[in-house]
Ligand binder design. Structure first.
Ligand code: PEP
Length: 247
C-alpha cells in the first residue's frame, strides 16, 4: 500500500519568526511519521524552511508556479527557480487562484506540464462550488478540470498529485462527508486510469477543512491517499495529529 501524503498549504500566512517555531515543531513531531509530509509555503520562504527542516524528511512545496520556464513574466516564479531551493511540489489550480486570478483549466494544465518538465511535482486541485454541487454538476466540473490536465500532460499524468477540494469546504469549517469525498475520488481515479495504466500510483488528496477531528474518517476511505490542509497546517499540534492519523 502506498504511503499517504499530508501537505500543508499555509496560504499567505507566515513570518520568519512564526515559520521558525512552526517548522521546528512539525519536524520534531513527525519523526515517527509513516506518511509523506510537505509544507507548501509562500514564495519567499523555501530557503528558510530548507534550513530549518535539516535532518527531517519534510518536503517543501510552493503554492503556485509559472506556466513559463523563464523570461519576461514579471512577478512569476519558475519551476527551475523552485528546484534550486529544494522545492518538490507545487500546488496548481487552487480554487483561490482560479477564483481571484482568473486561472483557466488550460493555464492550470500548462502549469502542471512546466512543473513536471523541471522536476517539480504538481499538486493539481479540482473541485466544485456549492452552486455547482447543488445543481448536480459536481462530476461534470471535476472531470472537465481533470481532463484539461490529462489532455496536456499525456502519459506523464501518472507523475502528478491530485487534490479534490470542494470549494464550499475550503476555509469554511464545512467538510465533505467521507462518502461524498470517496465518491468523487473514485470517479477521478477511474478517469486517471483510463488515461494511464500507471495512474493507480497517483495520490488523490482530499482538501477542505480537514482537521485533527475528521482526518481519520476521511483518510480511511479507499481512494483518499492523503490531505491538503489549509488552516490546520498553521497549528503544529493539529497538523501533527493529522500526520498521525495518516501514519
Ligand atoms: C486549502 O486551502 O487548500 C484548504 C484545504 O484549506 P482549509 O483546510 O483551511 O479548508
Amino acid at each position: 500500500m502506498k504511503q499517504k501524503l499530508i501537505a500543508g498549504n499555509w496560504k499567505m500566512n507566515g513570518s520568519l519568526e512564526a515559520n521558525d517555531a512552526l517548522v521546528r515543531a512539525v519536524a520534531a513531531g513527525m519523526q515517527d511519521a509513516k506518511c509523506d509530509v510537505a509544507l507548501c509555503v509562500p514564495a519567499p520562504y523555501p530557503a528558510q524552511v530548507q534550513m530549518l527542516k535539516a535532518g527531517s524528511k519534510l518536503d517543501i512545496g510552493a503554492q503556485d508556479v509559472s506556466q513559463h520556464a523563464g523570461g519576461a513574466f514579471t512577478g512569476e516564479v519558475s519551476a527551475p527557480m523552485l528546484r534550486e531551493f529544494g522545492v518538490r511540489y507545487a500546488i496548481v489550480g487552487h480554487s483561490e487562484r482560479r477564483q481571484y486570478h482568473g486561472e483557466t483549466d488550460a493555464v492550470v494544465a500548462e502549469k502542471a506540464k512546466t512543473a513536471l518538465a523541471h522536476g517539480v511535482t504538481p499538486i493539481v486541485c479540482v473541485g466544485e462550488t456549492l452552486a455547482q454541487r447543488e445543481a448536480g454538476q459536481t462530476e461534470e466540473v471535476v472531470k472537465r478540470q481533470m481532463a484539461a490536465v490529462i489532455h496536456v500532460n499525456g502519459h506523464c499524468i501518472s507523475e502528478i498529485v491530485v487534490a479534490y477540494e470542494p470549494v464550499w469546504a475550503i476555509g469554511t469549517g464545512k467538510t465533505a462527508t467521507p462518502a461524498q469525498a470517496a465518491e468523487v475520488h473514485a470517479l477521478l481515479r477511474k478517469q486517471l486510469l483510463a488515461a494511464s495504466a500507471h495512474a493507480g500510483r497517483v495520490p488523490i488528496l482530499y482538501g477542505g477543512s480537514m482537521n485533527a477531528a475528521n482526518a481519520a474518517s476521511l483518510l480511511a476511505q479507499p481512494d483518499i491517499d492523503g490531505g491538503l490542509i489549509g488552516g490546520a497546517s498553521l497549528k503544529a499540534p493539529d497538523f501533527l495529529q493529522i500526520i498521525a492519523a495518516a501514519s
